[in-house]
Design a protein around this ligand. Structure first.
Ligand code: PEP
Ligand code: MG
Length: 924
């Protein structure tokens, strides 16, 4: 987490007091054209963003760049933190600074705040260091009251326009500052439309809006027991306080928790001169991305409305026009906007998300920030910007996050199924991937059902910040309103939730908990499938498939990552098909083939059981001999798939009872057979049952003999190999026979034989020496020399602590961090995660799940010791990791730091690991 690193009480200023004397205060307020002062004070741009918030810093920066920004000022995050720390009172001098700033703006604009003639109106917006959809508290038209309204009407001659502004102020102020439910205001407008006999707000007259203002003020009084404040300064003060308070509001806290943003940053407040997009047909307002936020294509993309205010566009209440229409309607302004967007992109070297207003034919930029985008857009923009010379390959690699790579491996709806099914609706494909779940019509229901383990699609007319918890819990999001820049779209993209918005044919009846598309009625709790990539909505529960990994931009970014990283990326794969997939994803070797997985296959299990049940060595050897050709072909398949690359094959690891029926199961079956015996009539039936009972009894005896109280700490791993040397010898024979056979075919093989669960070097002396002898024997028989290694897993603390001794025998180490975590913490990997570990994480006793991210100071320390000791004995010792942590970006960073040669993870995590390894190298 990133904290606010600004030293308090740094930037002091002199402020004139009423009596003419000067007092020293902290500077809490910065005009947009004072960004240089802020920068000089805090030293760097990150500090400016901490101090003024992302939005405030950008407004200052844009002003400095010469972009047309309406004048304004920012009240700093320091002021917010001081306000919250002092039981919600403004810090000393802050308000006086605000008043001075207002004066300065009055001078700049030639307008006066609160004066009926030529009045200055302000907007008030929150702006934390990081963009937070959890805080949406915007208030427009601050400064209006009856007298100012009169004055404005006298000046503009447009009473309709002024009363429309006025009602917006009362509405926003009421709902945002005083928590009056917004619906109540909306009902008044709907009622007014009905009375006036019109369909749209645009048709309401000045008188209508005047009546609406009056009604709004009554509502305000009813809900708050106070009058709407007429004093513009009182409005400004309350609005500023509301922004400060919203930092600790539930939705903001929820968002910060979900996005990993620190709670001590505070928010800044941006007070800016109002410009109007609703001054007539020469005015407009809109939002735009400098590139396509879904695909990353280099084209301006956005929505706007002629004769409207910004909130109309963002809220998605009126159907917006695509930005391409602006090119047609106002070609010169479009060209200017295009130039400005390009200037901003070049300056920030990133795709920009901009808000603009055209007032009487004059373009104003209200805001710009780095645009949120899909993973597809992220990689495309990163690659394009490298090619355009805007950023370096390193920056491109840094920009793409490991989690975004995951998108390309995300499930999509099965094409066969979508072809067979019929989409019921189409909307805007704002966040890709497939989502299949049951419909929930509100965030709380979505969250509750998801907690019960159900997959949920959250369906809403539009989403608000209060809905974020439901969106996070849902598989996907569907809304009937809103555009690409709507709240639903932004949040869905950020969290990688498939989402479709603006599905206008969808009628959602929240009261009756159902939605209608044409004739079709879908009730809450029924299944729905979303194709967020295309924007199609399907009824029912469609199957999903994993998409192809062939996005050329992603491949490019990953190839750059490969040039940067020093850590190898291998894969854990047991079968040739997995190995091939791993290779396709960029794996450079197999770090773990768990041979026991092959033993569980239906044609093998009876042979394995025969081996375990054997009473005499000859019987056991007979079973082992039957396994040899099967294993040989398993390994040959792997070698062929990994031609030219190392393949680590681990000898049998699990306790033998895992291959036999469970003890309790056998007891029940035996009891059952005995019962049945009493009901048979023919000798044949009785004989057959007696024979079955004899077999089960044998199994039971063997299972009883193999039973251990702690099997994971019992006869498994190398211990098993020492007790049944014929078995591991057969495996080594199979590996080397396969290697020789493949070599003859022209395949370049590099087998590495891995002995699991070593605790003492003597175990290796016994096992490895015997096995290496077998390997040499096979090579001599075949007359072929294979490039091979014998090595061990480090998964017991004793092995790590005596790594110098172990490296005297082992030619490579591979950290089995699943077991190493289990044995270091002394917790059961099979039980802990469902039990106390959950409580530990909830209560913060452990910061992270140590089975997901390596515990750096404990398990990591043991790894460090093992690396150091191991290489003391054998400087060129190959060391990797094959526990599940090998695909976790944080753990990968640790492995890089420890100087491992490679990480090995599941094929699906290979691309993520490639990128994470590059990030680790760049973080040095
Ligand atoms: C490990 O313990 O980390 C490991 C890779 O082996 P397994 O999970 O098969 O015990
Ligand atoms: Mg293990």
């Amino acid at each position: 987490m990133i904290s606010n690193l600004i030293e308090p009480k740094t930037n002091e200023i002199n402020l004139k007091q009423n009596n003419g004397t000067k007092r020293t205060y902290i500077k809490y307020v910065y005009l947009f054209n004072e960004v240089d002062k802020a920068e000089a004070k805090v030293g760097n741009w990150d500090g400016v963003r901490s101090l003024l918030g992302g939005k405030g810093a950008n407004l200052g920066d844009m002003t400095r760049l010469g972009v047309p920004v309406p004048p304004g000022f920012t009240v700093s995050t320091e002021a917010c933190n001081a306000y919250l720390a002092a039981a919600e009172t403004f810090p000393d001098g802050m308000w006086e600074e605000v008043l001075q700033a207002v004066e300065a703006i009055e001078e700049m604009t030639g307008k006066l705040f609160g004066a009926p003639q030529n009045s200055l109106l302000f907007s008030c917006r929150s702006g934390a260091k990081f963009s937070m959809p959890g805080m949406m508290d915007t208030i427009l038209n601050i400064g209006l009251n009856d007298a100012v309204a009169e004055g404005m009407i006298a000046r503009t001659g447009d009473a309709r326009f002024v009363y429309d502004l006025y009602r917006r102020l009362v509405q926003m102020f009421g709902s945002v500052v005083m928590n009056v439910p917004d619906e109540v205001f909306e009902h008044v407008i709907t009622a007014r439309r009905i009375i006036a006999g019109v369909k749209t707000d645009a048709e309401l007259t000045a008188e209508d809006w005047q009546i609406v203002v009056r009604k709004f003020k009554q509502i305000y009084r009813t809900f708050t027991s106070t009058d709407f404040p007429d004093d513009p300064y009182e409005q400004l003060k309350l609005a500023t306080e509301a922004v400060f308070k919203s930092w600790n509001g539930k939705r903001a806290v929820d968002y910060r928790n979900a996005a990993g943003i620190a709670h001590d940053l505070g928010t800044a407040v941006n007070i800016q001169t109002m410009v109007f997009g609703n001054m007539g047909d020469d005015s407009a307002t809109g939002v735009a991305m400098s590139r396509n936020a879904s695909t990353g294509e280099p084209e301006l993309e956005g929505d706007f409305l002629v004769n409207a205010q910004g909130e109309d566009v963002v809220a998605g209440i009126r159907i917006t026009q695509p930005l391409s229409d602006l090119k047609r309607l106002m070609p010169e302004l479009y060209a200017e906007f295009e130039q400005t967007a390009s200037k901003l992109e070049k300056h920030y070297r990133n795709m920009q998300d901009m808000e603009f207003t055209i007032e009487d034919g004059k373009l104003w930029l209200l805001q710009t920030r780095d645009g949120k985008r899909t993973a597809q857009a992220e990689v495309r923009i990163a690659v394009d910007m490298v090619e355009e010379g805007l950023i370096s390959q390193e920056t491109a690699v840094k920009r793409v996050q490991p989690a975004q790579v995951d998108f390309f491996l995300h499930p999509q709806l099965d094409m066969q199924a979508t072809k067979a099914s019929k989409a019921i609706a189409k909307g805007l494909n704002v966040s890709p991937g497939a989502a299949v779940g049951i419909v929930a019509f509100d965030a709380d229901t979505a969250e509750r059902w998801a907690k019960d383990g159900r997959k949920v699609i959250m369906v809403r007319p539009e989403t608000k910040p209060d809905d974020v918890h439901g969106m996070l819990a849902a598989q996907g999001i569907l809304t009937s309103r809103g555009g690409r820049t709507s709240h639903a779209a932004l949040v869905a993209r950020q969290f990688g939730k498939p989402a479709i918005v603006g599905v206008s044919e969808l009628e959602i009846d929240l009261e009756n908990r159902e939605m209608t598309v044409g004739e079709l009625v879908i009730k809450e709790g029924e299944w729905l499938s979303l194709d967020g990539t295309q924007g199609f909505v399907y009824p029912g529960q469609l199957p999903t498939i994993v998409p192809d990994f062939d996005n050329p931009y992603l491949l490019k970014v990953l190839s750059w990552a490969d040039q940067i990283r020093t850590l190898g990326v291998w894969a854990n794969a047991d079968y040739p098909r997995d190995a091939l997939r791993a290779r396709q994803y960029g794996a450079e070797g197999i770090g773990l083939c768990r041979t026991e997985h092959m033993f569980f296959e239906t044609d093998r299990l009876p042979i394995v059981q025969q081996m375990i049940m054997a009473k005499y060595p000859s019987e056991r050897n007979e079973a082992i001999d039957k396994l040899l050709p099967l294993q040989r072909s398993d390994f040959a398949g792997l070698f062929r798939a990994m031609d030219g690359q190392p393949v680590i094959i681990r000898l049998l690891d699990p306790p033998l009872h895992e291959f036999l029926p469970a003890y309790d199961e056998l007891l029940t079956e035996l009891a059952d057979l005995k019962m049945r015996l009493q009901h048979f009539h023919t000798m044949g039936e009785i004989d057959q049952t007696l024979a079955e009972i004899a077999i089960k009894r044998n199994y039971l005896e063997r299972v009883q003999a193999l039973r251990e109280a702690n099997p994971m700490l019992g006869t498994r791993g190398v211990r098993l190999g020492i007790l049944i040397p014929e078995l591991t010898r057969m495996q080594v024979r199979a590996i080397f026979e396969a290697a020789c056979q493949c070599t003859k075919e022209g395949v370049d093989v590099h087998p590495e034989v891995m002995i699991p669960l070593t605790a003492h070097v003597n175990e290796l002396h016994v096992q490895q020496t015997a096995l290496e002898a077998e390997a040499r024997l096979v090579m001599a028989e075949q007359g072929i020399e294979i490039d091979y290694k014998f090595g061990t897993m480090i998964e017991i603390p004793r092995a790590a602590l005596t790594a110098d001794e172990i490296a005297g025998v082992a030619q490579f180490f591979s950290f089995g961090t699943n077991d190493l975590t289990q044995t270091t913490f002394g917790v059961s990997r099979d039980d802990a995660e469902a039990g106390f570990l959950l409580v530990y994480q909830q209560r913060g006793i452990l910061p992270e799940n140590p089975f997901a991210t390596i515990d750096a100071s404990g398990v990591g320390r043991l790894m460090e010791i093992a690396v150091q000791y191991g290489r003391q004995t054998r400087p060129d010792l190959e060391i990797g990791i094959c526990g599940e942590h090998g695909g976790d970006p944080k753990s990968i960073a640790l492995c890089h730091k420890l100087g491992l040669n490679y990480v090995s993870c599941s094929p699906f995590r290979v691309p993520i690991a490639r990128l994470a390894a590059a990030h680790a190298a760049m973080a040095e």
